[in-house]
Design a protein around this ligand. Sequence first.
Ligand code: ATP
Ligand code: MG
Length: 180
Amino acid sequence: MEENLHGLVLVHTGEGKGKTTAAIGLAVRAWGEGLRVLILQFIKGGWKYGELKAIEALRAAEPHIEVRQCGLGFTQRDKSDMDKHIKAAHEALKEAEAEITSGNWDLVILDEINYAVKFGLLEEQEIVELLKKKPAGLHVVLTGRDARPDIIEQADLVTEMKLVRHPFQKGIKAQKGIEF
Ligand code: ATP
Ligand code: MG
């Protein structure tokens, strides 16, 4: 193991925009340094064509980065089929555990995993247990609003995006390259 290597747990949370964007930024930086990067999406559709296309281009240059969509397209309005969503989230969690303990990666991003906890698809303690299994040299990023206290407690780096203003408040529609 590289001297000075200390695998971190990072959390991007808060109401402001930029949690997933910051995770993409880290993924690109890490890829550039030769780290093997895996991104698991816990909520389907969270990643847009723009970033997926960019990662395809990175993969074509050097393939040590991968994005996988695991969970289903759960939204707050979609409460009818909770069992189906809970099952999908647990399959995603199992996949996360297999990959985190595999030794195949240097950075694993669990995008919107906090959202899956917030909406009752996963239990806070399940994430806490998962983080305990993290190899010492692996960096793990967890994104999503309302990160639970026990998850924050286990993190080495916690950034809360603060909502000061958002164009949606003025009715400005999603802009290409900014929102997607
Ligand atoms: P991004 O993917 O842009 O970094 P995020 O990961 O911080 O956003 P999420 O909670 O994942 O935010 O939100 C998903 C969607 O909602 C994204 O399309 C994002 O642009 C948009 N969004 C994020 N924050 C806000 C906000 N404060 N008001 C309105 N829309 C927002
Ligand atoms: Mg996000």
